[in-house]
Write a protein that binds this ligand. Structure first.
Ligand code: PHE
Ligand code: ZN
Length: 886
């Protein structure tokens, strides 16, 4: 997660990593084709004989005909790049089986059978990081969504639930720690320096939740007693030397366990909970039952190496994976089209958790910023899909901001409409009704209707329709009667099989500020919850002598684009006084967006600028808000939001205008900003809100000052860098200076590289800062960085650090010659045979061509066409490239 937050099963036999990969045939899977599985697998026994380059896996499966499904004469066991060395049925060698592509087809006349299959794997050669792979001498698995079939032949689909018993054996020196799901039921020494362990997981689960880890690891141990008195042993496993970095993750885990009991009534259900951190991982983390596996970046944190944002992300992701134990594991998904059932709900749960641990207001603003910056562009482009897609070629490509973040917004809307208490009744009913089952989004909605007492008939459209809804609002005020009328009109779009476009149903929170009856500086208004359920909805409010100021979509109650007839003074008022923190932030964002767009198109206008710098000045002095909130109000709209709003956009002109606006603010508010910088330097480092807030506004002050006067700010940044006792300060200083052309830049970058040369996560930051910098030679620098010895296409964190930062940096990616597009296309081609899942993640950046001005747009398409013409593309990359061009 992360969005800062994937599985794949491309071709290429892991044993034959050097052989030329075979082109893959795209095959589209449709939601409407779902059929229940013909065979169930109540029990699985796996035996692993572990070695880095040759691990032997024996799978013993008890299979039974599914009485609910049509009879089939064969069982189809899915595989991906694996070879069956032996196949046995009920203890005898089976001969009648054959392969169909990667899958093993075995005739079975009886209703029950014991099938044993032996496969041999080479984890060290598995560069896709799907299935069973080696990372820095340790062995681990990643099975979601379809990785289990790279380990053993199996009905690898989420509606086949089994209890697993896993026996591992291997060298005690090489693999001192042996972990799998559930509880360890047996372990001991064997001859020749070998040892073994047996783990049993009593909870039936789909194969995507299976996990195994073997390696030289050390644990931070703790425990948690659940509200019914079960003592749970907790352990976070890391490489020796990394223990000190696990304290915050452990705290976060204990908070998450307590919070889920209090807020959702969910208790943990095993005696042990293990987390393992690995450095080579395609995604953020994985919720395997009782054995979560994490990307190191979401576990390890110390003040000197992790920023406040990193600490927050760790808390959020640790919570997210833990919450999956109920929303995902106890109740799982019937098929992969239902992915948002577990992901949307779990993202909402982690958002609520983080809000409860920190600032509600700021968390909501951050979540909406992520939605706007990542999901809205996805929803307006060629890769748009509903939160419950109707078809896919490669499911890994659907771990998206839409399924995750918009999915969370949709469930949040149900909560807003129901209210917290009724929502809890709905979620209780959902868990009670479907515990132990593989459920659908429809099941969730029905449970919400029955448990929370909501009618969600029209609301279901959110699951079917892609695209961000557009709603426009107008206000009429009648001064003779004091009546105010608000009219909301939805722009309807048809989708899918639907001929007649239907409206979306959504909660709309609003407030009307009556300027005539507020005390100076104090503005409060009653909040109303309106439900928009038709193309046009009208609401009347009485008692307003003067036209009020409307604050609409408070808390971003609906994930839409809301147009309100343009009115500068309304926005300026809300940007300074709205008591809904999100709407205050939003009003300012709108003012700033309009200003950047106008400057990029027609140049700056002093009067508009003055209005903005006045608001900044007001904000810097406003003692009604804390520094965490002030920091939000000092943040300019992200470049991706500007591009999205301007379409067709000239990203470089927008970037230039954005920096010019920062410079104008930095100049006009220089004294106040310097004062903020000085005031906040006194704070001692801690993780409390005051101290974090101080660091946040200090960095924002520095960025604004640096845009205004690079040389002066460089000296300020250098001091901040040298005096820093934490990464937030040090990174903030480095980011500020990386955008300034000064010799100090190289000195500090070099110092940073030396200081942290042994910490891969910090070196990732160092790569990203340079690739993300607004600097004239940034593309050359990216090329140089890619040639360093510590850069490797086999480590997804490093690849993302360099190239995601490049793709998000207009100065680099949208360089006028098209060199940035070319660089990204070359990366995709080089990475695809190594790690197709991660390679596919870079395609959407090129897919944005429709929103970009014609000259660059044509160059972006050319890059996509060259990709499309390549003789080898994985299914992952092929799907994204075809759709992006289409
Ligand atoms: N299911 C994981 C999560 O959201 C994400 C993930 C998907 C991790 C696929 C690995 C592979 O928590
Ligand atoms: Zn998840």
């Amino acid at each position: 997660m992360d969005i800062s937050r994937n599985p794949a099963m491309p071709a290429g036999n892991p044993q034959l990593a050097d052989a030329a990969p075979m082109p893959q045939q795209p095959l589209t899977v449709h939601r409407k084709d779902y059929r229940p599985p013909a065979w169930l697998v109540p029990e699985v026994h796996l035996t692993f004989d572990l070695a880095l380059t040759c691990t032997c896996v024996t799978a013993l499966m008890t299979v039974r005909r599914n009485p609910q499904a049509a009879r089939e004469e064969c069982i189809c066991l899915l595989g991906d790049g694996i070879v069956a060395e032996t196949v046995m049925v009920d203890g005898g060698i089976a001969t009648g089986w054959h392969m169909e592509g990667d899958d093993l087809i075995l005739p079975l006349a009886q209703d029950d059978a014991q099938i044993t299959i032996l496969t041999r794997l080479d984890p060290a050669a598995n560069t896709q990081l799907m299935g069973f792979y080696a990372s820095q001498g340790m062995l681990c698995t990643q099975c979601e969504a379809q990785g289990f079939r790279r380990i053993s032949f199996f009905p690898d689909r989420p509606d086949v639930l089994s209890t697993y018993t896993v026996r591992m054996e291997g060298s005690a020196a090489q693999f001192p720690v042996l972990l799998s799901n559930g509880n360890c039921v047996q372990s001991g020494a064997l001859d020749n320096g070998r040892h073994f362990a047996v783990w049993h997981d009593p909870w039936p689960k789909p194969s995507y939740l299976f996990a195994l880890v073997a390696g030289r690891l050390v644990a931070n141990r703790d425990d948690f007693t659940t509200r019914s008195g079960r003592k749970v042993d907790l352990a976070i496993w890391v490489r020796p030397g990394d223990e000190a970095g696990t304290a915050h993750a452990m705290q976060s885990l204990k908070h998450a366990m307590a919070w889920d009991e209090q807020v959702f009534g969910r208790e943990y259900d095993l005696d042990v909970f293990n987390i393992v951190a690995v450095s080579d991982f395609n995604m953020g983390a994985m919720e395997n039952k009782g054995l979560n596996i994490f990307n190191t970046r979401y576990i390890l944190a110390e003040p000197d190496t992790a920023t406040d944002a990193d600490y927050d992300a760790i808390e959020g992701v640790v919570g997210h994976e833990y919450f999956h134990n109920w929303s995902g594991n106890r109740v799982t998904c019937r098929d992969w089209f239902q992915l948002s059932l577990k992901e949307g709900f779990t993202v909402l749960r982690d958002q609520l958790f983080s809000a409860a641990m920190g600032s509600d207001a700021v968390k909501r603003i951050e979540d909406v910023r992520i939605l706007r910056a990542a999901q809205f562009p996805e929803d307006s482009g060629p890769l748009a899909h509903p939160i419950r897609p109707d078809s896919y070629q490669e499911i890994s490509n659907f771990y998206t901001a839409t399924v995750y973040n918009k999915g969370a917004e949709v469930i949040r809307m149900m909560r807003t409409m129901a209210g917290e208490d009724a929502f809890r009744k709905g979620s209780d009913l959902y868990f009670a009704r479907h515990d132990g089952e593989a459920a659908t989004c429809e099941d969730f909605i029905s449970a919400m209707e029955d448990g929370a007492g909501l009618d969600l008939a029209g609301f279901r459209r959110w699951y079917e329709q892609s695209g961000t809804p557009h709603v426009s609002m107008t206000m009429k005020h009648d001064s003779s009667t004091g009546a105010v009328t608000l009219t909301f009109v939805q722009r309807l779009s048809a989708s899918g099989d639907d001929q007649v476009p239907r409206p979306m149903v959504m909660p709309m929170k609003i407030a009307l500020f009556d300027r005539s009856d507020s005390a100076p500086g104090e503005f409060r208004a009653q909040e109303h919850l309106l439900i928009l359920d038709a193309r046009e909805c009208r609401f009347r409010f009485d008692g307003f002598g003067e036209a009020p100021m409307v604050s609409a979509n408070r808390g971003f109650s609906a994930p839409i684009n809301l147009d309100i007839a343009h009115d500068e003074s309304r926005l300026q008022f809300l940007a300074m006084h709205d008591d809904d923190p999100f709407c205050r932030y939003e009003a300012l964002q709108q003012i700033l967006t309009t200003e950047v767009l106008a400057t990029a198109a027609q140049g700056a206008d002093t009067q508009r600028r003055r209005a903005i710098t006045d608001i900044f000045s007001f904000t810097l002095a406003d003692d009604r808000i804390d520094d965490l909130m002030r920091g939000e109000l000092m943040t300019l709209p992200p470049i991706s939001v500007l591009i999205e709003t301007a379409a067709p956009a000239d990203p470089v002109a927008l970037q230039t205008a954005r920096i010019a606006l920062q410079a104008a603010i930095g100049t006009a508010c220089a004294d106040q900003l310097s004062a903020v910088h000085t005031r906040t330097a006194q704070h001692r480092y801690s993780l409390d809100a005051g101290s974090r807030g101080a660091r946040k506004v200090r960095n924002h002050a520095l960025f604004l000052l640096a845009a205004a006067d690079g040389d002066a700010a460089a000296r300020l940044a250098q001091r901040q860098y040298e005096n820093a006792d934490n990464m937030t300060d040090r990174q903030g200083a480095l980011v500020a200076i990386a955008g300034v052309q000064t010799s100090l830049r190289d000195t500090l970058l070099e110092d940073f590289a030396q200081r942290y040369r042994d910490n891969a996560l910090v070196i990732d930051k160092w790569y990203a800062i340079q690739a993300g910098a607004h600097h004239p030679h940034v593309l050359d620098q990216v090329s140089k960085l890619a040639k360093r010895d510590d850069f490797s296409l086999r480590n997804p964190n490093r690849v993302r650090a360099l190239y995601m930062a490049m793709a998000g940096n207009p100065t680099a990616f949208h360089e006028a010659s098209g060199a940035g597009y070319e660089m990204l296309a070359r990366l995709i081609l080089a990475l695809d045979p190594i790690n197709p899942q991660t390679a596919a993640r870079f395609v959407p950046s090129l897919g944005r061509w429709r929103r970009i001005e014609p000259a660059r747009s044509a160059l972006m398409r050319d890059a996509l066409k060259r990709l499309a013409a390549s003789s080898y593309l994985s299914r992952d990359v092929r799907e994204q490239v075809d759709k992006s061009l289409g």
